[in-house]
Write a protein that binds this ligand. Structure first.
Ligand code: C5P
Length: 222
């Protein structure tokens, strides 16, 4: 095996999380997992040891990648922490911010005359922020930010708040890009500035992103 990432361990999270309400229902989101799977595939092609923590998606496992399937945000948190230490963590998953306080053991029934249902949700733990604050922090911690508006400003505040090295922002709702699509357009932001990547197929963006991260690791930039 040869390649620019040889000798490095890369952990990638991808896909949505499903938060169970009862045995029949869950709260989910529209992430397809394609971006994270493309990053994992390219990292493995470049010689890295890759652990891909995947939420519920219908995608084949990229060659040479160790895949850990999870369902909920809590399971994803545990699987990522178990995969540390690593040299590079890329959080490309769309992790639920809230989860039902306690999933019901039996299917929730609507009551006669009931017009409103109130679900009590509690915050999930932020995987990315916990990786960035971990005693065995990877050399590079990279996040994603899907925003509908004020993309760069919101992403930059996430970069700072979560203690990241790099954040890849994308605008939700751009035609032909983002969730469920094969193409994407990113604004890659670090402490020094930002750089647009794409629009391009997700596997092309994955390669360009790993080029940038590889330069940062080799250049010792933090
Ligand atoms: O704050 P927001 O959810 O928009 O941040 C998106 C980034 O944070 C993504 O990289 C996502 O994988 C990560 N995240 C996480 N754990 C959470 C929520 C988001 O790792 N509970």
């Amino acid at each position: 095996m040869s390649g620019p990432l040889i000798g490095m361990k890369v952990v990638v999270s991808a896909g949505p999380t499903f938060e169970d309400i009862d045995p029949a229902r869950f709260l989910g989101n529209r992430s397809s997992g394609k971006m994270g799977f493309a990053i994992a595939a390219v990292a493995a092609q470049r010689g890295a040891e890759v652990v891909l923590v995947a939420g519920p998606v219908h995608l084949p496992t990229p060659e040479g990648v160790r895949r850990v399937d999870v369902r909920s945000a809590a399971q994803m948190h545990r699987a990522v922490m178990d995969a540390l230490p690593c040299d590079l963590y890329i959080g490309a998953a769309a992790v639920a911010d809230f989860t039902p306080r306690a999933p019901l053991e039996r299917k929730l029934k609507k009551q006669p005359g009931q017009d409103v249902l109130v679900l009590e949700l509690v915050r999930t733990r932020d995987i990315l922020a916990d990786v960035a604050a971990h005693p065995q922090r990877p050399a590079q911690v990279v996040g994603f930010a899907a925003e509908t508006n004020d993309v760069a400003a919101y992403a930059r505040s996430k970069l700072e708040r979560k203690g990241l090295d790099l954040i890849c922002a994308n605008q939700v709702g751009l035609p032909g890009c983002g969730f469920e699509s094969d193409d994407n357009a990113l604004l890659v932001i670090d402490a020094h500035g930002d750089r647009p990547l794409g629009p391009a197929p997700k596997h092309v963006l994955a390669a360009q992103l790993l080029d940038l991260i590889g330069q940062r690791i080799r250049g010792g930039r933090t």
